[in-house]
Design a protein around this ligand. Sequence first.
Ligand code: ISL
Length: 562
Amino acid sequence: MNDTAPAWWTRAVVYQIYPRSFADATGDGVGDLAGIISRLDHLADLGVDVIWLSPVHESPGHDNGYDISNYRRIDAVFGTAEEFDELLRQVHRRGMKLIMDLVVNHTSDQHSAFVTSASARDNPSRDSYYWRDARPGFDPGEPGAEPNNWGSFFGGPAWSYHRPTGQYYLHLFTPQQPDLNWDSSRVRQSVYEMMNWWLDRGVDGFRMDVINFISKDPRLPDGLVEPGSAYGDGGPWFTNGPRIHEFLQEMRRSAFSHREGDFLTVGETPGATVEQALLYTDAARGELDMVFQFEHVQLDHEPGSKWEYRELDLRDLKTSWNRWQRGLADRGWNSLYLSNHDQPRQVSRVGDEGRYRYESATLWATLLHLQRGTPYIYQGEEIGMTSAGFTEIGQYRDIESLNFHRDALARGMPEADVLRALRRMSRDNARTPMQWDAGPHAGFSEAEPWISVNPNHAEINVEADRASERSIFRWYQRLIRMRHESPLIALGSCHLLHGDHPRLYAFERLLGQERLQVAANVSAEDLPLPPDLAPGRTLMDNYDDGGDPLVLRPWQVRVSAA
Ligand code: ISL
């Protein structure tokens, strides 16, 4: 930020819509643009500044839209180009902004660029993707003949054999998501043109899918094979790769430097460290405004395997968040999130979805929103929606979950254990339909939804929450308003207190003479406060009943001015 005025997004809050599961206006069981338009007042009322729309582009849907076959078309399942323009108008009319998902590490295998690239070895755009011969000494197509040993994120090898041309192509995700070769200037220019096309149309920026994977070491070397794993880890050869900063700077110059206005770019960057995030988000370098880091969502499982549960130690989370707060204190900027379409619901994961649902939902909202950074709310979080609670494989839809189920069974894992792991960590936990009311299909649709509605929609829904004395929605409204109104919350420095306490999460924010203190009991037992945390004037308290100021009750959070 240096000497210039703070960027607008230091005061902003972003809301993520997963279109498939937000609101279905056409009655086919799948959410759509018309549905989103019909629910915009909910978001305006909440007070958010920006909507991030997960992909609505034309897609065969192998990864729910993260496999795009035409970047300039709206998929018919979501509606039409006209409806998109109408959505944009309606969002802008309410004073909000709209950012699109930009999925350009890979395309769909149905994209015309891939079809062309696959048509012949000597096709001039063969190098738009990664095509390689079989491993020397192996016959193409035989087991083990893949050009390197990388595994894909969703199971199986990261290479598929293409019989017509006798070569393999790289896909870090499903075989239907071939990776683009960003070393080709043709690829880069066509991405920038496409970004400009959307910006000219009026969108306000992009959330960039796995953007720190786009620059790969062209040698594509074998990765280390961990004991018990069938594949090598290619991460070191494609995460924060050799030309990543060059590409992001070029992208910014090509898409934004000639534009006036308030835009937002946020990069999804798995595996980025604080030091790398600083490079990505230091305004002086002209790359991204902020990034989604992954450290804090990997503390409750074994490294490298989201399916192997390990209980979260609150101290690890505090250490991690604190390091990010300190690392990006002077330059760069944090994104703050616990939930999105890839993560289980936060109230189920780190809160108490039963007895203390209100308390733990408001506690985590407060801890997140009152740090320094831009908070992201995932649809349904604002009413404390819980994870799906599925008990049978037939209920799951996500390709990652289905592949894990198949592969784990093949490895001999008992099905009960597979289902337990899915129930905890499946991405479908966050993808069940938005719960608008207690009616059929939760008011999401008139038809049977593409994925089951959580039966708890009878109690947990927007209508009930907003009518309740203890409304989570209203708590979020207050947090958002505080960020809008208080420079201390937007810009103040953030200091962790009692970092080694196993159940207490406390920090203070400082700006000039102003001071704000947040103290939270992350447990279901009473917690006597250390004397130095005796509250001053209470601003927010999720019990709000004038109880003992020196004790925090189960999942109590208190915000006070000093
Ligand atoms: O943990 C991971 C890597 O460390 C993976 O979760 C991976 O980074 C993550 O799934 C990437 O997510 C994004 O790209 C995927 C898509 O399936 C997700 O929905 C999207 O958010 C491929 O486009």
